[in-house]
Design a protein. Structure first.
Length: 246
């Protein structure tokens, strides 16, 4: 894994300034804008024959708006659905925590009840950390599969998800931490540019996330992971010429 390259490869394109400005302007569009930028990077990493050549990384092009939107909607939906699937678990955790706190509030100095309340609070915090780590570990492979297959249901292949998490969990966690670091760094840069710069640095942040997902997938294959079929929707090559009839 080359974490630094995920941040610097964006600037290898001779037209990175144009991409930064146009991508940032697109992000200003509510809801749809980020999906389109995600789709742009899906095209850049999964829709090219030579994705390692970042000097030829495709410039953001508003004429491809619909194509970017179609390609970005599937990974975007995954990022929405995973937290929703975890919501019932968090609700059960919250409901199980409330009785102990009510008992502690009515105990009026009973040390045993107070100790039980403190233990329940620590247990609640620990469960939240575990749940948060689970979300982090499953989110990235689901986004990768949704991007490659261009399909929502295919992302939730639990056998493949288990294989990916088992083989790649250390790198996945480090990747998430690096994304947080890059987010903070780019946020500071964006704030320095009269705050509106945040929208433009977000285009780079989406690139960082896509780059790390691309690296994770290829490392997953090296470790014996199951290849994911590339959707024909990502083929930007022109169709073959029809055969001449005799």
């Amino acid at each position: 894994m080359n974490y630094l390259a995920a941040l610097t490869d964006f600037f290898k394109s001779p037209k990175w300034v144009n991409s930064l400005l146009l991508g940032g302007l697109c992000i200003l569009i509510p809801v749809v804008g980020p999906i389109v930028v995600i789709g742009w990077h899906v095209s850049g990493f999964w829709g090219r024959k030579n994705p390692e050549d970042f000097a030829s990384y495709p410039i953001f092009d508003f004429s491809n708006f619909v194509k970017y939107l179609e390609r970005g909607v599937w990974p975007f939906l995954v990022t929405l659905v995973v937290p929703l699937l975890m919501a019932p678990v968090s609700m059960v955790m919250m409901l199980s925590f409330i009785p102990a706190q009510i008992a502690a509030g009515q105990s009026h100095g009973h040390e045993a009840v107070q100790a039980l309340s403190a233990m329940s609070f620590m247990g609640f915090g620990l469960l939240w950390v575990v749940l948060f780590l689970v979300i982090l570990l499953v989110m990235q492979p689901l986004i990768i599969v949704a991007s490659i297959t261009q399909d929502f249901a295919s992302a939730f292949n639990w056998r493949r998800l288990k294989s990916f998490v088992t083989l790649m969990w250390p790198e996945t966690l480090v990747s998430v931490l690096f994304i947080w670091f890059a987010s903070f760094l780019l946020m500071v840069v964006g704030m320095a540019a009269f705050c509106v710069g945040i929208y433009f640095t977000m285009a780079v942040l989406y690139f960082v996330n896509a780059h790390l997902g691309w690296q994770l997938y290829h490392l997953y294959l090296v470790r014996g992971g199951e290849p994911i079929p590339l959707s024909p929707k990502l083929n930007d090559s022109p169709p073959p010429l029809p055969l001449a009839s005799n």
